[in-house]
Design a protein around this ligand. Structure first.
Ligand code: GLU
Length: 283
């Protein structure tokens, strides 16, 4: 068994990250397997080295150990490019020049699991206009979801302990695989890296279950193995809201600075005992 914890170094880790890292760590260690860290820093404009250092300190403070050096997505951009080029050669992706405002203004834009669906404007551009604008305008690359799902048919993944879970990528519309402002997207980078790292079990928060719809399709398109998934409950605050990076009180660095014993906190989280005011909830 090989699991991973994959923080994005765009802020401090909080109790929710601790819960997730412990779950992935314990799953591997309990099976005599390996636990890796991946730093999801392909977005160079938002990632900070200081958050990487802080995350490693937090995890060690919780008493977690990991195998090998962490994998950095910023070192993996060539692989993301190559995968995108392969999909482009198969006519499965297209450049999109729309701004957020364009998409929001489109009355036709329906909604999906992650907000507004892309209405498909740039899917229909004439080849000559597309070529001209490619040279001149900032663009992202989108998956042609209709073609991709027609190619792959019905898909599902194994949700640990629950059996086959149907994947519904079509509900997400033409998702972005390479952003305008970054050389990949979370979906593309995460799917490729989980496969490259040999991750057998993806243990992560249930907020990401909808992403698994998309990851499963990308695995099929790119000929990658499908790991088993375990989507766990989320740490929520007193109002029942999932923790976010801005919830400074729940940051591990703050708890550490306040003299909290990290290994005791980890033991409590394992037992489902959360600090006062926090609870575990399934979305
Ligand atoms: N970097 C992603 C996050 O922090 C990883 C999610 C995942 O586990 O796939 O949300």
């Amino acid at each position: 068994m090989l699991t991973r914890f994959a923080p994005s170094p765009t802020g401090e880790l909080h109790l929710g990250h601790a819960y997730s890292a412990i779950a992935a760590h314990d799953a591997a260690r309990g099976a005599g397997g390996q636990f890796y860290l991946r730093i999801d820093d392909f977005d160079g404009s938002r990632s900070r080295g200081a958050y990487v250092d802080a995350a490693l300190t937090d995890l060690a403070w919780l008493g977690l150990s990991w195998d090998g050096p962490p994998v950095h997505q910023s070192q993996r951009l060539g692989d993301y490019d190559a995968a995108l080029a392969g999909l482009r050669a198969r006519g499965l992706v297209y450049p999109c020049f729309c701004t957020r405002a364009d998409i929001a203004a489109s009355l036709a834009a329906p909604h999906g699991p992650a907000g507004t669906l892309y209405p498909g404007t740039c899917r229909h551009l004439a080849p000559r206009e597309r070529e001209r604008r490619l040279d001149e305008e900032p663009h992202c690359w989108r998956l042609d979801m209709r073609r991709a799902t027609a190619l792959e048919g019905e898909l599902w993944w194994e949700e640990e302990g629950q059996g086959a879970h149907p994947a519904d990528p079509a509900a997400h519309g033409d998702i972005v695989l390479a952003r305008k402002d970054a050389p990949a997207s979370y979906h593309l980078a995460s799917t490729l890296d989980d496969a490259m790292m040999g991750v057998t079990h993806v243990v992560r928060g249930a907020d990401l279950i909808a992403s698994t719809d998309v990851h499963r399709l990308l695995q099929a398109l790119l000929g990658l193995a499908t790991p088993v998934y375990r989507h766990h409950a989320l740490v929520c605050d007193a109002a029942g809201k999932r923790l976010a990076k801005r919830d400074a009180a729940a940051s591990l660095a703050a708890l550490r600075a306040n003299g909290v014993d990290g290994e005791k906190l980890a033991a409590d989280l394992r037992a489902g005992r959360l600090p006062a005011g926090y609870s575990l909830q399934m979305p």
